[in-house]
Design a protein around this ligand. Structure first.
Ligand code: URA
Length: 437
């Protein structure tokens, strides 16, 4: 099957056969297709789209480009989780020990931050000694003994996605629901979970800016998971303002520790409880959603979730004493407070701008190979819907290096709009998408 014929067919709006899709994925991964032909087909897919069937075949071919992790030796239903990424999104680090404390095994492979969104691996590496690069045997061992593990993907997880994503990044072909959903789900299916709960972010700080687009992405993700035999549900959640009150790696770890002890910010706790209850229910540990939620709240109150976090950190080589003594986490040498210029109510706090400001302080990277400062970031003193008086602190910028401080301060200030009228904050959970019966 010639590459040029497959490209022409998609250019002209035809549906591709399974053989054609397999030839594309194999050719892209083993480099028998030159990058210009792979990129041409990616662009044709962006412009012409793919049916649900084509998208499932594409995902399946991407899974088969590497290994599918076998977790069958581990007892119980294994429930994974994935977020499409947002600012201050530290949910996985709270969710994994919390759900494991309720008896459900949580295998979690995560990524690094790029641009305005942070990455779970970078946050975890702010804990002294924490190792994310476990071997598959170490990963399975941690799941069997602790009930959860948070690790980086091995090179054998969907290698086709690595190749395709790198090309998409430089050819303007990221923004496509079939390509995003096959990229996400190929990695999730290869991780070996039996069930999956997805957090599809929607809003200014997310990939999907509108509810319609987020719902379309959620439907595509759920359909792919279901076709692959993985019970999949997606929660659509707002990402207009940062989640919680911290942005930046070590700062977010402190908030995770507080949340697991039942002292977290209301929005983060609400989201974590919602997702955790779904995972406990899918994991077969509760007969109905209400008792799943009761178990989750009990794990937060009883200290069981915190104990599980200690065990997770210790198992992955980290200093578990950070849970009881947060001064053991990296701390920035300097702070600068951004004050409110007006009195009123915080009407808007642009997640993307706050994420970019945090990146400028050193907490994130604008190139994949750039180093990051684990101590840098932002602590928010006000969130949308909260009253403020002129001169009150809006947020603290934490930094060691002041090279881009002025730019960060300007952006952080611009991210906040203060209005005179009362503001109603929209709900965080916008809806659920489940498999069609
Ligand atoms: N995240 C992924 O893993 N893939 C995409 O295409 C977009 C976001």
């Amino acid at each position: 099957m010639r590459a040029v014929d497959i490209i022409r067919a998609k250019r002209d709006g035809a549906s591709l056969s399974r053989e054609a899709i397999d030839a594309f994925v194999t050719g892209a991964t083993d480099n028998s297709w030159p990058d210009y032909q792979t990129s041409a087909l990616l662009m044709a897919i962006v412009l012409r789209g793919m049916s649900g069937q084509e998208t499932s075949w594409l995902t399946d071919a991407m899974v088969r480009s590497g290994d599918r992790v076998d977790l069958s030796a581990i007892q119980g239903v294994k429930v994974g989780k994935h977020s499409t990424g947002g600012v201050g999104d530290k949910v996985s680090i709270v969710l994994a020990p919390l759900v494991a404390a309720c008896g459900v095994v949580v295998p979690k492979m995560s990524g690094r931050g790029l641009g305005h969104t942070g990455g779970t691996l970078d946050k975890l590496e702010s804990i002294p000694g924490f190792r994310v690069a476990l071997t598959l045997d170490e990963f399975r061992g941690a799941l069997a003994d602790v009930g959860c593990a948070l690790v980086s993907q091995t090179a054998r997880i969907a290698p086709a996605d690595k190749k395709l994503y790198a090309l998409r990044d430089v050819t303007g072909t990221i923004e496509s629901i079939p390509l995003i959903s096959s990229s996400v789900m190929s990695k999730k299916i290869a991780e070996g979970s039996d069930a999956l709960v997805l957090d599809v972010k929607c809003g200014r700080g997310a990939f999907m800016h509108t509810r319609e687009d987020a719902t379309a992405l959620a439907r595509s993700l759920v359909a792919i998971g279901t076709a692959a035999g993985v019970r999949t549900e997606a929660c659509i959640t707002a990402m207009d303002a940062p989640l919680g009150r911290t942005v930046g790696n070590a700062l977010e770890i402190t908030e995770c520790i507080a949340t697991l002890a039942g002292r977290g910010p209301a929005d983060l706790e609400a989201l974590v409880v919602t997702l955790a209850a779904r995972m406990v229910h899918l994991g077969g540990r509760a007969l109905d959603p209400a008792s799943a939620e009761a178990q989750v709240r009990h794990a937060l109150r009883s200290g069981a979730a915190t104990a599980k976090l200690r065990a997770l950190i210790a198992r992955q080589g980290g200093d578990a004493r950070v849970v009881d003594d947060m001064t053991r986490l990296p701390q920035a040498a300097r702070r600068l407070t951004v004050q409110a210029e007006d009195s009123g109510t915080v009407a808007r706090m642009d997640a993307e701008m706050i994420g970019r400001a945090s990146m400028l302080l050193g907490a994130g990277r604008d190139r994949v190979d750039a180093p990051i400062d684990h101590a840098a970031g932002i602590v928010l003193h006000r969130k949308p819907g909260e009253p403020v008086r002129a001169g009150d602190p809006l947020m603290d910028l934490h930094f060691n290096d002041d090279q881009r401080l002025d730019e960060a301060r300007l952006l952080a200030g611009k991210a906040v709009t203060i209005g005179r009228a009362a503001v109603e904050t929209p709900p965080l959970v916008l809806g659920w998408v489940q498999a069609e019966a």
